[in-house]
Write a new protein. Sequence first.
Length: 65
Amino acid sequence: MYPHSPSPSSDKEVAECYRHATEARERAKHINDPVFKRWFIDVERGWLSRLHRHEFIKGLTEITD
C-alpha cells in the first residue's frame, strides 16, 4: 500500500497514486486506534509526496526543454 517506486510516469500511475492516497485517508477516518490512524495518515502523505515530486520534476522538465 505504501509508495515504493520513484515518481509515476503515466496518467494511469498518477490516478493510481491518488486512489491509494484517498483509500488511506478513508481508512484513517474509520479507525479509532491512534497508532493505526497515524500510520494511514502517513501512508496518504507518502502517496501525495510522490505525486508532488512528480509534478515538480515535470515542471522542471518543461522549463528546461
